[in-house]
Write a protein that binds this ligand. Sequence first.
Ligand SMILES: Cc1cc2nc3c(=O)[nH]c(=O)nc-3n(C[C@H](O)[C@H](O)[C@H](O)COP(=O)(O)OP(=O)(O)OC[C@H]3O[C@@H](n4cnc5c(N)ncnc54)[C@H](O)[C@@H]3O)c2cc1C
Length: 477
Amino acid sequence: MGRTVVVLGGGISGLAASYYLSRAPCPPKVVLVEGSERLGGWIRSVRGPDGAIFELGPRGIRPAGALGARTLLLISELGLDSEVLPVRGDHPAAQNRFLYVGGALHALPSGIRGLLRPSPPFSKPLFWAGLRDLTTPRGKDPDETVHSFAQRRLGPEVASLAMDSLCRGVFAGNSRELSIRSCFPSLFQAEQTHRSILLGLLLGAGRGPQLDSALIRQARAERWSQWSLRGGLETLPQALNAHLTSRGVSVLQGQPVCGLSLQAEGRWKVSLEDSSLEADHIISAIPASVLSKLLPAEAAPLARALSTITAVSVAVVNLQYRGARLPVQGFGHLVPSSEDPVILGIVYDSVAFPEQDGSLPGLRLTVMLGGSWLQTLEARGCVLSQELLQQEAEKAAATQLGLNEPPSHCLVHLHKNSIPQYTLGHWQKLESAAQFLAAQKLPLTLAGASYEGVAVNDCIESGRQAAARVLGTEPNS
Ligand SMILES: Cc1cc2nc3c(=O)[nH]c(=O)nc-3n(C[C@H](O)[C@H](O)[C@H](O)COP(=O)(O)OP(=O)(O)OC[C@H]3O[C@@H](n4cnc5c(N)ncnc54)[C@H](O)[C@@H]3O)c2cc1C
C-alpha cells in the first residue's frame, strides 16, 4: 500500500503543499484537512453589489525574485494567465508610495536623483543614509531588532519613519520587537555577506534558480511591481482546489483537527471531531501556536517552541466612494506609529487594479488598522465593534485623504491572530523545532506563514519545500 500524507490547513500553504505532492511522478495518497468551510485561509475576495472586488486579505503579489517567478509559474500551470492583472513598472501604483507624516502625504523618493534631493519627511537627502550604510561596520550579533539594525546602518530617521512603517505595513508589527534576521532576511544577509545593505542588494541581486515561462518573461519585460487576478486573489486557492480534486486528492472542509497522536508503528492518528485519519507523514500548514496545542506529549519540547510563535490581529476596512478622487495617485500610504497608533496604512485599490472597480464609477480603498492600539484594546478585553473600526477607518480616509463624504459601501473584518510575529530570536525557535524533528525522526514537516515569510510567495514556497522534503526530491529543482 502507498504512503498517506495528511496536510493540515487549507490556506495557500497547505494547498500549495498538496499541489506539489499531487504532481509527483508517483504521488502518495494526499488528504488535505481544512477546519473551516472554505479554502484559502486569509486569502478571501468578495464582490460588492456593483460587481466590485474587495480583498479581505492579500491584494497584490510581488513578481520579483525567484519566489515571485515560482508563483507566476504556478499561475501558468493552473491555466490562469489570462486572469492576471499586472501593475506595470510605468504605472503610478508601481512608482509612487507615500508616508503620512506630520499630517501630510510625502512621496517616497525613487531612483538615484530622488536619493540626492531633499525628501521630506526626512530632514536630509536619503543619500546620507546610503553613505552611512557604506561606512558602517558589520554587526556582530546573531540577530537584532529591525529598529536597532536600521538605526545603526541607516540612521534614526530612516529607522523611526521608514522601517517602523514598513514593519507595520507588512507585519502589522513593532520594529522594536521584530527580528531583522527573520523579517527581512535579504537585508540581514546583505550585511553579513557584503558588510552593507546597498552593496549586498546590488551584488546579490539575481541569484537563485532562473525560472522561465512566457508570463515570467512578460513580468520582467514590463517591470511589474505586483499583480492580482481579475476575480480577486481567491481565484488562486479555488483553482488549486479544482486541480487537487482532479488529481484525486481528498479535500476535507469543515473538519477541524482536534488532536494528533503517534501510534506504535510510527504512524500518526489525526483526530477530527467525529472521525480520524491515519497518516505516514503530516505536513502542518496551520499556525504554529494552533499546532502546538494538537501535538502529543512525546512532542512537548516542539510544542513549547511553537507556542512562542505568536500572531497579531489586523482590522481590514474596505471602503468604496462614489465619484470621489484621491489627492495623489499611487499604491497607497503607510503611517508610522509616531504619527497614528491606530492606522497602519491605506491601500488605494482602485489605482492599482481599476479593472476590479465594478460597474459604477467609484474609488475603492482599504484601511488597515492594528498595531499596539488594537493589542491594548484586545488585552483589556474591549469589544472591538464593527462601528468603532468603521468609524476609525472613515476618520482616517477623511483626515489623510480628504474623503469627507460617507462611503457608499463598507466591509469591516477583524482578522484575529492573522499575522505571525517573527520577534527577536525567531531563528532559534526554528532551529530548535528542526533539531527536535530530526532527532526524534518525527514524520512531521512544518509549512506556512508562521516560519519563514508571511507573503503569499513565501507561503507557496514553504508548501513546495515541504512537499519536496516528504517526496525526498531536491527542493530547488
Ligand atoms: C489582512 C492581510 C493582508 C495581507 N496582504 C498581503 C499581501 O498583499 N500580499 C502578500 O503576499 N501577503 C499578504 N498577506 C499575508 C498572506 O496573505 C498570509 O500570510 C497567507 O495567506 C497565510 O497563508 P497560510 O496558508 O500559511 O495560513 P492561513 O491562511 O492562516 O491558513 C491556515 C488554514 O488552516 C486552517 N486551520 C487552522 N486550524 C486548523 C485545524 N485545527 N484543523 C484544520 N484546519 C485548521 C485555517 O482555517 C486556515 O484555512 C496578508 C495577510 C493578511 C491577514
